[in-house]
Design a protein around this ligand. Sequence first.
Ligand code: ZN
Length: 181
Amino acid sequence: MTPEPLDLDAIRARAEAATAGPWAAWLDQDGADHMHGLLMVGNAAAVIPDGESYVDGVDVNPIAHTYTPEDREFIAHAREDIPALLAKVERLRRDRDEWEVDSRGWRKEAVALAAEVGTLTRERDEWEAYEQALAAKLDAVRAVHAPQVPTPSRPWVTCSGCTNGGPYPCPTIRALDGDAS
Ligand SMILES: [Zn+2]
């Protein structure tokens, strides 16, 4: 069985309609904790101090009679426990609502970041392909301008791609190696 949702408004209305607190366990005027076999809960301000027999100027009508001290404590504390629990539930609900709003914002941000990661990944892949194509072209240029084994007629290392018979490395290779002189 699914528990009924808490009807906070109804609970609050009942708490506000009940006699104002705080409440407390009452002893009777003889200091006994019961009167005619019943325990009492009443206005805390009307609890008779030790050594005295009555309290003046306060509501001395009991709020509840109970049969057990445990019920008396429960009812006496309910006056403050119920409003405290109501406040706690309301605070937790507000927190939950704020977290829900926050988490919606974070989810949107996560989706946007995921899209950006996708874009950047594609761009990186394109740059990598471009870099590989450039490296292949450089390798092709180096293959054309390769060192040639010296021959008796040209006893120095020459370039296979340059027809002037000049020494290797030729200006093209020197430019690729960053030596433009
Ligand atoms: Zn060359």
